[in-house]
Write a protein that binds this ligand. Structure first.
Ligand SMILES: C[S@@+](CC[C@H](N)C(=O)[O-])C[C@H]1O[C@@H](n2cnc3c(N)ncnc32)[C@H](O)[C@@H]1O
Length: 281
């Protein structure tokens, strides 16, 4: 770690924020210079750059894609924890998962996508919920009928998600002792998530700016605490693409501080306690 941060000038800030928005959609407001300084100074220094102008040039001319990947890893906020937002998990447990099970009995499968999965807590929380619900109903074989995808733009976050290995700090955030006991094993200073449930999730590095034409429709999409970082035009585009890959009646859930109200008319909006449920029309 450097002792001092590299200072960014106003023209350099313009260059860097344009680069970042172009490559991951994150829209930095006028007053976020400190974010670039604090998150990218080390990387700039490590790359041998003495100014952000030099660093920007280096990033633009790095044809390996490796520097871009590291900038994205450093600039994205990967904050997440187990069973984030109680109302949402009540909704998933009491309404969404039972509906997905019912759909499987009718059509044979149900498809779920966690589209900004970060280090994996969101999708593994869902795996624990699915596992417990199916056990309680004597329907464990239905687990094979769920097709579960998880993606993120950050390679570093995705690596942790795919490994399913968490330190004590991560384990302390939102996980009850009985779930820790039932779904994790200790390996030295880490806890590893149940390998059978882990293997059922198909992970992929995916930028939400990309085309969604590669996807077949989903029944449930989690797109949580990521659109807060995007501009209004990108949110409009993103929610339209989300609508295009949801089955009619499929559900899109956002973070508790996010809303698609001003950005999309493709959804009916309802509430489950304080959770907002966006159902594809
Ligand atoms: C704050 S975390 C949210 C994690 C999780 N969904 C939750 O609610 O706990 C936001 C995640 O969005 C990812 N992200 C940011 N921009 C993205 C983009 N353009 N495409 C895909 N993922 C992106 C970040 O890498 C980060 O892991």
């Amino acid at each position: 770690m450097r002792d001092t941060v590299l200072k960014i000038t106003p023209p350099e800030y313009m260059l860097m924020r344009t680069y970042i928005e172009e490559h991951c959609g994150i829209h930095l407001e006028q007053d976020k210079e400190y974010l670039i300084e604090s998150r990218l100074s080390d990387l700039a220094a490590e790359s041998g750059c003495r100014s952000f102008q030099e660093f920007h040039l280096k990033a633009r001319t790095d044809y390996t894609g490796r520097l871009k990947e590291r900038i994205i890893d450093a600039i994205t906020t990967n904050e997440t924890f187990w069973f984030r937002d109680k109302s949402l998990w009540d909704y998933l447990e009491q309404a969404a998962v039972p509906e997905l099970i019912e759909k499987i009995t009718r059509t044979g499968k149900a498809r779920i996508w966690s589209s900004a999965v970060s280090t994996g807590q969101e999708i593994y929380s869902l795996m624990m919920l699915l596992d417990r619900t199916l056990q309680e109903r004597g329907l464990t074989s239905f687990l094979n009928r769920f097709e579960i995808f998880a993606s993120d733009i950050s390679s570093a976050a995705l690596e942790t998600a795919m490994a399913g290995r968490y330190d004590a700090i991560a384990m302390d955030r939102g996980l009850s002792p009985d779930k820790r006991e039932r779904y994790f094993t200790v390996h030295g200073r880490h806890w590893e998530f149940d390998p059978d449930l882990r293997r059922r999730v198909r992970f992929k590095k995916f930028n939400l700016q990309n085309s969604f034409l590669c996807f077949t429709p989903f029944d449930l999409i989690l797109c949580r605490y990521v659109s807060i970082y995007f501009s209004a035009p990108f949110k409009r585009k993103l929610f339209s693409k989300m609508a295009s890959v949801l089955t009619p009646g499929g559900v899109l859930v956002l973070g508790a501080t996010e809303s698609l109200r001003e950005f999309s008319s493709d959804f009916d909006i309802s509430y489950f306690n304080s959770a907002v449920i966006n159902t594809r029309k």
